[in-house]
Design a binder for this molecule. Structure first.
Ligand code: ZN
Length: 74
């Protein structure tokens, strides 16, 4: 597909995605995305996003637990 931001072309890749669901943050690895080869913008299909929600809602395996710092720019 064509990137909406820079007009570059995208390619299919497996990437790591931040994903919020019901107020909780998840890091989901191996997510299929279209990634712009010029600016790096990432696009996810509605089908992929639904699949992530379903997987997280159901019983799922947890690879690792992280504690995350939230900071603000001054
Ligand atoms: Zn782009």
């Amino acid at each position: 597909m064509i990137c909406e931001f820079c007009g570059g072309t995208t390619e299919k890749r497996r990437i790591k995605k931040h994903h919020w669901l019901k107020g909780r943050l998840y890091i989901v690895e191996n997510v299929e995305a279209e990634v712009c080869t010029q600016c790096g913008e990432r696009y996810f299909s509605a089908k992929t996003l639904d699949a992530i929600d379903q997987m997280l809602t159901a019983d799922h395996e947890v690879s690792e637990r992280l504690s995350v710092e939230v900071v603000a720019m001054r």
